[in-house]
Design a protein around this ligand. Structure first.
Ligand code: ASP
Length: 340
């Protein structure tokens, strides 16, 4: 019989409305289990690890990512898969971070949560939780069907580092427009076999815990001035995620270009991702991105913002040399980018 470890970090799934203040507050895991008697009927053993401090995911941070990675490592051998209950607000950041922190992952790590608490009559939590467990234990020829860090929400399974929260009020909270969904649940659970990654045979799980979380973010807008750009590029950070227009374009104003050049000369890594949610950065396609390419801005291709930030944290923790950080930023490590 399969064994699944459920790790409960918090989120709406495990919240209840305070009878007096009406504010949503976290409850403990036993109260969650009481709401889903169907769990007993699943043909698998379920173990539970509940974090001491149950949080709204807006309070998530890299120290907790490290605890999560450590928990998966220490329970890896004894479990066939992992389901992580997590608030949807920052779920895509945690899933992206974990995808980089868990190298050669051979077992499913499925994040889920819900838009309504599990105790609510119209809750989406039960389906999300039950199917996430089904996916975590799914095997074919004794091999996990989806040995990836994923997000399961509203009948769809996404690669974690390709998804982002797109809707705060619909049950369909996540999308991943730049990569196909990995599975869809309806009458049957249908896996998109050709889109799922598997580790190389014989490679063991490696955990990377050293994330450098000080990453700058430069989101461009028409009219952005020297003061703002300088403040971000001169900040005490080694990496900056730059959110640009369209296919990776920025203003060609001389002051802007020379600030970027100086930052790169000073050893900072700047990665270019687009403000568009669909499509990819094509450095050099327009005049407005040619100089970026020539000065050594890294091409973030079709990476999500969540992936770019957490990948930068991971690479800064791994390499001192900016050239290596740039090189790996542009390399597909966990299926997070399509290098064109
Ligand atoms: N604020 C909640 C959280 O992210 C929202 C949710 O769970 O969906 O923890």
């Amino acid at each position: 019989m399969s064994q699944i470890l459920i790790i409960y970090t918090g989120g709406t799934i495990g919240m209840m409305s305070d009878p007096v203040t009406k504010v949503l507050k976290p409850i403990n895991f036993e109260q969650i289990m009481d709401n889903v008697p169907e769990l007993e009927k699943l043909n698998c053993r379920i173990k539970v690890h509940s974090f001491d401090e149950i949080i709204d995911s807006s309070n998530m941070n890299p120290a907790i990512w490290s605890d999560l990675a450590g928990l998966i490592e220490s329970n890896y051998h004894d479990n066939d898969g992992f389901v992580i209950l997590h608030g949807s607000d920052t779920m895509a950041y945690t899933a992206s971070a974990l995808s980089f922190m868990l190298e050669n992952l051979g077992k499913p790590v499925i994040f889920t949560g819900s838009q309504l608490p599990i105790s609510a009559i119209r809750t989406d939590a039960k389906e999300n939780l039950m199917t996430a467990i089904e996916i975590a234990k799914a095997k074919k020829n004794d091999r996990a069907r989806v040995p990836e860090v994923c997000i399961y929400f509203d009948y769809k399974l996404f690669r974690g580092n390709r998804a982002f929260k797109y809707n705060s009020s619909k049950f369909e909270a996540f999308r991943s427009p730049n990569y196909p969904i990995l599975a869809e649940s309806g009458v049957h659970l249908k896996f998109s076999v050709n889109d799922i990654r598997h580790p190389q045979d014989g490679e063991n799980l490696i955990i990377h815990n050293n994330l450098i979380s000080d990453v700058g973010v430069l989101k461009l807008y028409p009219g952005i001035g020297t003061k703002v750009v300088e403040a971000i590029l001169n900040a005490d950070v080694r990496g900056v995620v730059m959110e640009t227009f369209g296919a990776g374009n920025t203003t060609t104003d001389a002051w802007f270009i020379s600030l970027l050049e100086k930052a790169i000369k000073d050893g900072k890594v700047i990665v270019d991702i687009s403000q568009c949610k669909v499509g990819t950065v094509e450095l050099g396609r327009y005049e407005t991105s040619k100089q970026l390419k020539d000065m050594g801005v890294a091409n973030g291709y079709d990476m999500t913002f969540e992936s770019a930030v957490t990948k930068m944290m991971y690479l800064l923790g791994k390499f001192d040399d900016p050239a290596l950080v740039k090189h790996y930023m542009e390399t597909d490590l966990r299926g997070e980018i399509t290098v064109s």
